[in-house]
Design a protein around this ligand. Structure first.
Ligand code: ZN
Length: 377
């Protein structure tokens, strides 16, 4: 889940061609990538992907029949209801005699508020453990079709609890490990907007029920309102409980947030982290300490962190030697697949060979290295 951008430019960033080593070294077994078609066929790893952000249209169409949209959002508080109704596509869905036919309009928002309204709306269609199970299954199928063989999927647990699914049932669904590709590992998002005390309490309950497939912790939500520092104890508890750690930082706030993430939360990876580029000493720190950024370029453009892919700092970070994994964040909402996200890097100066190395390198940044290695070509 991304943050609202503020149309930032990259003044004060680092210069291309820095002397630090490239972030990904080419190994002899890296498959050759020389075209978009090669990327499509390449086995890939997704490390920053939100479950609801990957909700397929087919899932929504089915659920609109189970939960007629007008009735589904009746329980929403007036403020949230008004926010959803501000999106023209949602109004069309609600007024249609056949909402399933209009479902695609949910992803045709025209502003960041429209994106948030659509995201909020999808929550009303995952209300029982069976819905969650179907959502997981349809997302897995989408990933399989893209040749994603290893995925770490972020599940914002409080959102599903709010819509009526008890925590133990959520954990039971996450514990299911169906045969076949992709191998899925879960990252729990406690949603920072609930504050450190509530996150701590929920994390304790999650850890008590934790299935082996749940491997990591992140915090999504409004970074500009809830910076990382107050969540230190939450991250200590996660580490004591055996979870690997990442956090959304350097997206809605600048480098100070990324500094706090690495120094106070001591995370192993950073979700987004792209605004680190505004502080050259931080960029050097990330490169020297090999702390990967989970970079989602299309998300950053669609949410106005950067005006265009051409203005995105991914190339500068790469040339400075910061380890990068490329991901899609909320692909259904941003209309992008992982192969498209990777191919888009051609527009900022990456060669096919470098893109292939980045795709391959993501397997080595996984929070379950053994499972990822088993899916690595
Ligand atoms: Zn995210």
């Amino acid at each position: 889940m991304p943050e609202a951008g503020r149309g930032l430019t990259m003044d004060g960033g680092i210069r291309p061609g820095s002397t630090l080593a490239q972030s990904v070294s080419r190994s002899p077994d890296t498959p050759d990538v020389a075209s978009r078609a090669d990327l499509e066929a390449l086995p890939k790893a997704e490390l920053h992907l939100h479950l609801r952000g990957a909700m397929p249209l087919s899932y929504l169409r089915t659920k609109f029949r189970k939960y007629p949209p007008g009735r589904a959002i009746e329980s929403a508080r007036p403020r949230l209801r008004d926010r959803m109704l501000s999106q023209a596509g949602i109004r069309r869905i609600l007024s249609s005699a056949n909402p399933s036919r209009e479902a695609h309009r949910l992803f045709a928002y025209s502003s960041f508020d429209g994106f948030l309204a659509s995201y909020l709306f999808t929550g009303y269609f995952v209300r029982e453990a069976e819905d969650l199970r179907e959502l997981v299954s349809t997302v897995r199928q989408t990933l399989r079709e893209q040749h994603v063989t290893y995925a770490e999927i972020t599940v914002s647990v409080p959102e599903y609890i709010m819509h009526g699914i008890p925590l133990d049932e959520i954990m039971a669904v996450l514990a299911e490990e169906p045969d076949g590709s992709p191998t899925v590992r879960w990252i729990v998002d406690l949603v920072r907007d609930f504050g450190p005390d509530a996150c701590e309490e929920l994390l304790e309950r999650v850890l008590a029920l934790r299935p082996p497939s749940l491997v990591g912790l992140t915090l999504g939500g409004r970074e500009h309102v809830h910076p990382p520092a107050p969540f230190r104890r939450v991250y200590e508890i996660a580490r004591e409980g055996g979870l690997r750690t990442t956090v959304h930082a350097g997206e809605g706030r600048g480098p100070e947030s990324v500094w706090d993430a690495v120094r106070i939360l001591e995370v192993e990876r950073i979700g987004h982290g792209v605004r680190a580029v505004e502080d050259p000493s931080l960029v050097r720190f990330l490169a020297e300490h090999r702390i990967p950024l989970e970079v989602c370029p299309t998300s950053n453009v669609r949410t106005a962190i950067y005006a265009s892919i051409e203005a995105h700092p991914v190339r500068m970070l790469f040339e400075a030697g910061v380890p990068l994994s490329i991901s899609t964040d909320d692909p259904s909402f941003f209309g992008v697949s992982l192969a498209e996200e990777l191919a888009g890097l051609r527009r900022v100066g990456f060669s096919w060979s470098e893109i292939g190395d980045l795709a391959h390198g993501a397997f080595g940044m996984a929070f379950d290295p053994l499972a990822a290695a088993a899916q690595d070509p």
